[in-house]
Ligand binder design. Structure first.
Ligand code: PMP
Length: 331
């Protein structure tokens, strides 16, 4: 057994050690108190822990300031209302607590530079806001919840490395399906994540960076934590919101930029075959921005490297988000 008490073969030590190192650069705000991460404890009776009965957002900074915070706070409120959860904090209070937690993180100083990082990720922060329905007597009935919890976690941002933007990444269509919108509203960003956890496990086993999930009819929905776009015949195509996806903040920006660039945009149902035929594919998320996909499973996408439409949209996105436009630029 390894010295840290984990059984042999219990997972990569490198991840465990990054977790330990990261702890002293993790800043936690629990219900309005700034606490050391090792002291940030919530009840084992909390419904977020027991049932995934929580909502959350992931925000990132550019130049140290949260990006598109209004949109993320609006989505948090909408997620909460979609599952009938009364969050502990309203948007104004959440904003204040994010600022306090970011300030604590900034006061800690800058992180050791990561030579692999894309220039727009250097020194930036990852912000996770979680609101649970709280603890209470054990039982599925949400009326049992009495003590809602609000958490802000701030860490150094670990976006994809610069190389991923130059070479593109690999995604895999996995067997796990996205839960039916009739079972769980896909527009609510909740802590009920097991299907996405298993989708990522499957993708990793296939050597892929991201999992693409289909719906029960076999149409493409989205990545485990990203939206997906295809470029074919010069048109930008992405599944519509009705396909049962999260309305990604980055997806919204990309659609706006594409229209501004006078690119034909089609929000339409897509099959895995449509993705396989595409000239270009990319995924979008707060942490990844616009990330080119070079391989779909074992097959190259288009020429097997980032295509011109993806690159043009990423350049436009970089102008919106500020800072370097190309990977080669250094701050
Ligand atoms: N879909 C899912 C399921 C996600 O978890 C995310 C990440 N929040 C996204 C899409 C992308 O959304 P955004 O651009 O707002 O980060």
């Amino acid at each position: 057994m390894p010295p840290d008490g984990r059984p042999a073969g219990a997972g990569p030590r490198v991840v465990a050690s990054r977790y330990n190192q990261g702890m002293n650069r993790t800043f936690v705000n629990l219900d309005g108190s700034l606490v050391a991460p090792q002291d940030a404890k919530i009840s084992v009776l909390d419904r977020g822990f027991l049932y995934g009965d929580s909502v959350y957002e992931v925000v990132r900074t550019y130049g140290g300031a949260p990006f598109e915070l209004d949109a993320h706070l609006a989505r948090l409120a909408s997620s909460a209302s979609r599952i009938g959860l009364s969050p502990k904090w309203d948007a104004a209070r959440t904003r204040v607590e994010i600022d306090r937690t970011l300030a604590a993180s900034r006061a800690h100083g800058t992180d050791a530079p990561d030579p692999q990082a894309a220039p727009w990720n250097r020194g930036e922060r990852y912000i996770r806001v979680v609101m649970t329905r709280g603890a209470g007597e054990i039982g599925l009935d949400p009326a049992l919840a009495i003590d809602p919890v609000a958490v802000v976690i701030v860490q150094p941002l670990h976006g994809p490395p610069a190389r991923a933007y130059v070479e593109g990444v690999k995604v895999a269509v996995v067997g796990v399906r996205r839960p039916s919108p009739l079972a769980l509203d896909p527009a609510a960003k909740t802590g009920a994540h097991l299907s996405h956890v298993l989708a990522v496990k499957e993708a990793r086993e296939a050597g892929a960076d991201e999992a693409l999930l289909l719906d029960e009819q076999g149409f493409v929905t989205e990545g485990s934590s990203s939206n997906v776009f295809a470029v074919e015949e010069g048109k930008l195509r992405t599944p519509p919101l009705g396909a049962g996806i999260l309305e990604g903040v980055t997806r919204g920006i990309v659609l706006r930029l594409a229209r501004e660039e006078r690119l034909a945009v089609e929000e339409m149902p897509l099959t895995p075959g449509d993705l396989a035929r595409a000239d270009e594919l990319f995924i979008t998320s707060t942490q990844r921005e616009i990330l080119p996909v070079a391989r779909l499973g074992e097959r190259p996408v288009g020429a097997g490297r980032p295509g011109p439409v993806t690159s043009a949209l990423h350049r436009a996105f970089r102008r919106v988000a500020g800072g370097p436009v190309r990977v080669s630029e250094r701050r």
